[in-house]
Ligand binder design. Sequence first.
Ligand SMILES: Nc1ncnc2c1ncn2[C@@H]1O[C@H](COP(=O)(O)OP(=O)(O)O)[C@@H](O)[C@H]1O
Ligand SMILES: Nc1ccn([C@@H]2O[C@H](COP(=O)(O)OP(=O)(O)O)[C@@H](O)[C@H]2O)c(=O)n1
Ligand SMILES: [Mg+2]
Length: 241
Amino acid sequence: MWRRATKSSLFLRLLKPSKHNASLSQSSTNGFPFHIHTHTHFQEKHGIFSKEVAPFITFVLGGPGSGKGTQCAKIVETFGFNHLSAGDLLRREMDSDSEYGSMILNTIREGNIVPSEVTVKLILREMESSDNHKFLIDGFPRSEENRIAFEKISGVEPHMVLFFDCPEEEMVKRLLSRNQGRIDDNIDTIKNRLKVFEALNLPVVEYYAKRGKLYRINAVGTADEIFEQVRPAFEACEVAK
Ligand SMILES: Nc1ncnc2c1ncn2[C@@H]1O[C@H](COP(=O)(O)OP(=O)(O)O)[C@@H](O)[C@H]1O
Ligand SMILES: Nc1ccn([C@@H]2O[C@H](COP(=O)(O)OP(=O)(O)O)[C@@H](O)[C@H]2O)c(=O)n1
Ligand SMILES: [Mg+2]
């Protein structure tokens, strides 16, 4: 849709904050400010960027099993985002004839992080071919290296970052009963994924908290209860609706 957009009111709405957005860009009712970017740098660097509607990017973070995928499905249903799960993109690449296939398989099996250039390439490829300009990027960035690579290659930053905060024992319980046949949902790999999350992903969470972009959500409760904490983040933001 955004590829076909003319210099329409949608484009102008994205670039020119409404009164409502303008007040959010300073501080916020829910503690999360918004930044409206014009993305000229982004547009110059990529084909995606010849599109006339600037992308609206939300990163979705949280430990393994914290409910990222479950909540993303609800956000898609309610707010019409394109959901890009970094883990799903890597698994799809692994199952294709990719030169990276065995490297991705081994990395996921261990619970470690795939080199950023591979993951960023997969995400940007999806973004470029999308008709939707609103993106939920789930499970990314999982490290400072991921974050910096995305920023360098794309030239853009997320508008907001959701963080699903969940106790470890709850995450372990959910992962062990996920039953999707994943090679990494076993107790040994889960232990490493939790270590990697703490060492590499929490610094990213702190980075966005310091920049005032983090929306922290208590990820304990039913999926519907948790979504009621997520909903205001999108409702408060005119361009995300
Ligand atoms: N609020 C919740 N309470 C209990 N189980 C949940 C909740 N949200 C998700 N789950 C279940 O926990 C598992 C992990 O959820 P998922 O959304 O895949 O998390 P993530 O993408 O963060 O790993 C899935 O089996 C899912 O059905
Ligand atoms: N940015 C990312 C995302 C996932 N991955 C790999 O993919 C695995 C599964 O990611 P996922 O997001 O599907 O996992 P969940 O947190 O949803 O359980 C991770 O444990 C990493 O091995 C990665 O290397 N880099
Ligand atoms: Mg997931």
